[in-house]
Design a protein around this ligand. Structure first.
Ligand code: HSE
Length: 319
């Protein structure tokens, strides 16, 4: 139970959904996008440590155990490194579906860190917050990959070229970049979707992959969406994971046929993104994705979206 008498004020933060991998950027490229995300409230209490008071919006699926919940794990790491004698209470409101490929586990960690940092009045830089949020990813799926939590904290389109030391590079956002995002009605476990990946990759595949990632960064710098489309191709990870998402190959083929600049899986999936150069074209692609996944028996939810900023405090709390 919380120590209500000596508790500080609640601070609330929102973290956006994030797309990751984006074709050739497996584990090193992510994008924060507009849409419903996760919210976390945090307040300082006298009793040291982290307590997770409530989780809403998860259908009862997430563990309430503070050693297993990404929000609590990230804040525990924050306390350990920056405020070992402090105590924090958390309330988590999930706006992102679990196992969706929209960085749900990372969003909880990012929102929790921004809220807890404010509740404790700590001065911690964004790189340090990314490092802490990665601890949440480690417990969620056994891998501390940075490509959801980095855009989750920093916002925009972000490349993470090295982990030791952690380097985060914000890339330019082309002004006409629009997304159709569709989340079919099935879950993909990130842990499983990582276990099925090949342990080794052929040299010729690696060369093509590296060249595409270089082209992608160049395309963003010159703001050329056609080049970006050429770069968003993944012959290594996507073919393996396509089989985990009912209807994905047909949905992608239909989106490409309809003129999508690119179409691929976000993260471990099943969220599928298609890129367009206008809101109207993105809306058309969204209808096409919706029809394909509905025909495949996995109707879900989608939206037209744009690149967004990262996690931030909200002044008008939900509660
Ligand atoms: N890069 C990670 C993966 C993202 O594709 O496994 C998972 O959210």
């Amino acid at each position: 139970m919380g120590t209500h008498g000596a508790a500080g004020p609640w601070r609330e933060a929102f973290a956006p959904p994030t797309l990751s991998n984006i074709g050739p950027g497996f584990d090193c490229l992510g994008i924060a996008v507009e849409g419903p995300g996760d919210r976390v409230r945090a307040r300082r209490v006298e009793t040291p440590g982290v307590r997770l008071l409530s989780i809403e919006g998860d259908g009862g699926k997430l563990s309430r155990d503070t050693d297993k919940n990404t929000a609590a794990v990230a804040v525990a790491a924050l306390l350990q490194r920056y405020a070992p004698r402090a105590g924090v209470e958390l309330e988590l409101h999930k706006g992102l579906p679990l196992g969706s490929g929209l960085g749900s586990s990372g969003a909880s960690a990012c929102a929790a860190l921004i809220a807890a940092k404010a509740a404790l009045g700590l001065d911690i830089g964004s790189h340090q917050l990314v490092d802490l949020a990665r601890e949440g990813e480690r417990v969620a799926c056994g891998s501390a990959h940075p490509d959801n939590v980095t855009p989750g904290i920093i916002g925009g389109i972000v490349m993470i070229p090295t982990l030791e030391p952690l380097r985060c590079i914000s890339l330019p956002v082309p002004k006409d970049l629009w997304f159709a995002l569709y989340t079919p009605g099935c879950e993909v476990s990130t842990k499983h979707a990582r276990e099925v990946l090949p342990a080794r990759v052929r040299l010729d595949e690696t060369v093509r992959h590296a060249a595409r990632l270089g082209l992608l960064v160049h395309a963003l710098h010159v703001g050329d969406l056609a080049l970006l489309g050429e770069a968003i191709v993944d012959d290594i990870v996507e073919p393996v994971r396509a089989g985990l998402i009912p209807g994905y190959p047909d949905a992608k083929a239909a989106a490409v046929e309809a003129g999508a600049i690119a179409c691929s899986i976000s993260g471990a999936g099943p969220t599928t993104f298609a890129i367009a150069a206008s809101e109207a074209r993105a809306a058309v692609l969204l209808e096409i994705l919706e029809e394909s996944f509905t025909n495949a028996g996995v109707p879900g939810q989608g939206r037209v979206s744009r690149v967004s900023e990262g996690a931030r405090l909200v002044s008008r709390p939900l509660h």
